[in-house]
Write a new protein. Sequence first.
Length: 222
Amino acid sequence: MDEPSVPISCSFDGSSGTCPIVERSVRAPEPASSEYSSHKGRSGAWGTGVLQQDGHVSGDGTCSMCGRAQHPRDRHVRFTLPDPVLDTADQCDARGVWMSHDDPSRSVMMQVPGVGAFIRALLPVALSGGFTVTFGVWLAVHPDELRRAFAIWWEPEYETLALDGRLANAVPPWGLLAAPVRAVVRDPNQTPYCDSSMDERLAAVLTNEWTHDLVLDAIGDR
């Protein structure tokens, strides 16, 4: 299988060179250009990415913590595109774009010439009362990291994968675009999890417990 091609530059991180929780069980085709397919979904308050949410659970129950319609304890929202890609005129239609699958929503890896290399990861945020919101984000990584991840993504060695990159999406309500982060594999059937950060704000997001109103209001949940 061919390796992803390397763009001339990876400007975002300053270096050269079926579910909102995206599973890695489907092997990617050989790298090739692919057109962007837009997806309908609720946009986040930050207006970047194309933030999508999973559906509400059925029933008329309300959450005892915030009074909203009862959701699953682990709610999932995800960004379709990295913010730096969304900000370009052609997005995924640009010449030379490579994605691991047919469209951005299914892809776990992406490379856009002149913009950078990106890998999907999960960013769990603990809410009060034992609830969680898990953001499906993109990480901007060095092209060498993309090659390394691609080489073992569907191999047993995937369990040992650790990635150093920067958040490629502004995560509501904190923002944190370009914050450094290390992602590790916690479940071999899922994409890596954002695990730690040298950025104090992102480290707090990863380790503290947050109120429902703060987070759910920011993602447009009512």
